[in-house]
Design a protein around this ligand. Sequence first.
Ligand SMILES: O=C(CO)COP(=O)(O)O
Length: 261
Amino acid sequence: MANAKRTPLIAGNWKLNNTHLEAIRLVQQIAFSLTDDDFEAAEIAVLPPFTSLRSVQTLVEGDKLKIGYGAQDISPHESGAYTGEISGPMLAKLGCSYALAGHSERREHHGEDDATVNAKVKAAFASDITPILCLGEGLDVRKAGNQVAHTVAQLDGALSEVPEEQARRLVVAYEPVWAIGTGEVATPDDAQEVCAALRERLGELYSAETAQQTRILYGGSVKSDNIAGIMAKSDVDGALVGGASLKADEFVKLARFREQG
Ligand SMILES: O=C(CO)COP(=O)(O)O
């Protein structure tokens, strides 16, 4: 079982889905279905598109919902002539607890390299937002057996010059690219291998204490019928869920991973 000292985090990355009206409905369905016990057992969060964040904030604050929320991206810049960007201070004002940094779809479609991801991680910390740092290898790297070296190098790049007092609040998400949206989930052992290696590296970069308290999530085709096996692994502390987070019933089942499997 995942380490009892680390509160599991189940986060739904909605990607490019849902208008703000649809977001209101989905967040209400999820939050009203979950019980206080569910929220004690795990932290549960949604990551809607930017356009829904204000609506989600209003719901969460107005109805005192226990669901967390955050953004799918964050600008490395604080303000200025950066058309289309959304900054850390803007997200902080919207009450965001989290921002994804370095999702593989951003790396692939928007040319984000480790230096950009590093700047985004720093921007999140500067605004007191917890970055969920996404890492993971493509199919060619996996076939060559280089998944550990690849993801550890991504971790090193993303955390360059990030001090330990900030790194202590980091969340890491191991998302093998070949498992994202493909229905091809990594085996629990595959997930454990890389998550354990990432934790070991955090210990080398910082300290054993920081490594032990950092939450490392798995993402890639997580569903209610495969989450229990993945969560049973000692270095997996939660899930970053794409497609299965868009249906309230399924996401609620995922949040209750202890009852699945
Ligand atoms: O990219 C993901 C979450 O960030 C995973 O997406 P899927 O769960 O749809 O495979």
